[in-house]
Design a protein around this ligand. Structure first.
Ligand code: AVJ
Length: 323
């Protein structure tokens, strides 16, 4: 399978140390304190996220899967894609539904997953190569916010951005992302976007604060990452996982709340951070969407929505948009 599988690392030299440092300096030095969610996903964090997707409370993965199961053949027919580009591909489980449909339609030549995790890409890429013997797999290690890494793929391209990862970005970041993407795509390329929808806040909060405590472990994993990568001395047991629904912004905010007044040292950044009792460190935004406003913001970012599908329960949306 080697000849059909390439893995290119396009992260700038020192990405993990340099951008982690910059993010920690900017985010922990500001008030309220924040960290970008991408630092959750080391090996342990990626495994915990996989566990989250199987939790009874965490419906988004299953809801999106349900839509893909039903609509993949239509998506294949509507796009006629020769390349499936997937941003933030992770374990690529849902991808197979698209690969199967595009293979059956006879148009697909290449799968181009992009992720910051080279281990996830190597594992998933290898398995997909084995199971799709006609397919070229060109995996790219990159941070899609910095580098979309689109180049010479055969068109038309179907660019899949699934799982409602778009919800991790705030409105300004989303607009910047849509604009960059719409300019990078050709007129026959299509964006396939998965977006979690606004619903009963109790259902949302439970999805981000499960009874088994997996999401709490996932949230605290970022502290383990800072301890390992920057020599910080966070005590993960000194923080409580909090998932709260921000009614105004219509988003879930995950936070780590300091159980006591405490000081955390990050020697490699020359930082000493005082946390007050009950002070929050915001670790993730998970914005939830409505059809009308999502259609509008995509339009502002250079996209026209062509199709909009939801699961039977109306919890999650999958849409096709063209530049
Ligand atoms: C993969 C970013 C979409 O926001 O629902 C799951 C990550 N965080 N539980 C989400 C996540 C806590 C997930 N995304």
């Amino acid at each position: 399978t080697e000849s059909r599988f390439t893995l290119e690392d396009r992260l700038p030299a020192g990405y993990f140390t340099e951008s982690l440092r910059a993010d920690v300096l900017a985010g922990l030095g500001s008030s309220p304190r924040t960290l970008p969610p991408k630092w959750f996903y080391d090996k342990r964090g990626s495994d915990l996220f996989e566990q989250i997707t199987r939790l009874p409370e965490y419906y988004p993965t299953r809801a999106e899967q349900e839509i893909l199961e039903r609509r993949a053949p239509e998506i294949a027919e509507l796009t006629g894609a020769a390349t499936l580009v997937e941003l933030g591909s992770g374990s690529s489980r849902k991808t197979r539904l698209l690969l199967d449909a595009l293979t059956a339609a006879g148009t697909l030549r290449r799968y181009a997953p992009l992720d910051v995790s080279s281990t996830a890409l190597a594992e998933a890429g290898d398995a997909i190569c084995r199971d799709y013997p006609q397919l070229e797999v060109t995996a790219t290690v990159a941070d899609f916010e910095q580098d979309l890494a689109l180049s010479d793929e055969p068109g038309p391209r179907l660019l899949a951005f699934l799982g409602s990862t778009i919800g991790n970005l705030d409105r300004a970041q989303r607009l910047a992302f849509y604009r960059t993407l719409s300019l990078a795509l050709s007129s026959d390329d299509v964006l396939l976007l998965g977006a979690d929808l606004v619903k009963d806040p109790d259902v949302l909060v439970r999805a981000y604060d499960d009874t088994a405590g997996v999401t709490a472990e996932f949230d605290k994993n970022v502290l383990h990452v800072l301890n390992r990568e920057l020599g910080a001395d966070f005590d993960p047991a000194g923080f409580d996982h909090v998932a709260l629904w921000n009614t105004e912004e219509e988003r879930i905010e995950m936070r780590l709340r300091s159980r006591t007044a405490q000081t955390v040292k990050i020697p490699e950044l020359d930082l000493s951070l005082d946390f007050a009792q009950a002070e929050d460190l915001r670790t993730e935004l998970s914005c939830k969407f409505r059809r009308e406003t999502l259609t509008e913001e995509l339009h502002d970012g250079g996209f026209t929505v062509r199709q909009w599908w939801t699961d039977a329960a109306g919890r999650f949306a999958l849409l096709l948009a063209v530049p």
